[in-house]
Design a protein around this ligand. Sequence first.
Ligand code: HEM
Length: 201
Amino acid sequence: MFRDSLEDYAGYENVSCLLSSGHLMTAKWGDAIYLRGGHSLRFVRKGASMSFTKLTWGVKASFRSYVEAAGGSITVSDGAIRAEDGTFVFMAEPNSGLAIAADGSVSGAMRFKGTVSFEAHGGMLKTTLSQLGLEAAESGLVLTVLEGPMNKGRCAVAELGPVDVGTGGVTTINARITMDGMYQIADNYPPGTELDPVLLA
Ligand code: HEM
């Protein structure tokens, strides 16, 4: 169903809705959209570009606890910050954004500065997540990082969705680990394992 304040969009001929799946659908002003599941929608203008200034992600709470309980270390660098609740904050690179084309397809990417590294078991466990990215893939939105250990290409570590546009300007997106993510994050969690949600503001 439309979110409460559709009046905000009254000036637009068409509105596009970023669906839970990460895909976009378009409706004319006044159309009613009914979706099962009650997920919230984010309305954006076609041709617009969405951008956020920061991404907050905890990777996986149990992984953070495990590394620290094993006497290992979690370090942030290159501008990433560790928040009080143990999650990590990455600031957006300037001039990056996801663009929404006239046909409603999403393209482009956002990049976020910073690196978080996990190390434990005398270096046998070593995970580095650098330069996070938010990208529109064919399957919907994905979370990408530089592909370790060479850090040359990029890989998608998580599939994102549904999108929940909360109050207070924070968008929460659920994340599930991919096969590449499994290799990148301690080679332990099978694809599809729920990770911490990605928060965008
Ligand atoms: C000295 C060798 C190791 C021992 C004795 C050990 C022991 C354990 C134990 C007992 C658990 C279960 C923890 C729980 O359920 O609360 C666990 C989980 C795990 N181990 Fe290890 N481990 C070792 C080495 C490694 C290495 C080398 C890696 C990665 C390269 C690794 C990655 C993990 C991960 C990611 C988990 C899951 C943590 C979670 O999300 O709960 N472990 N390990």
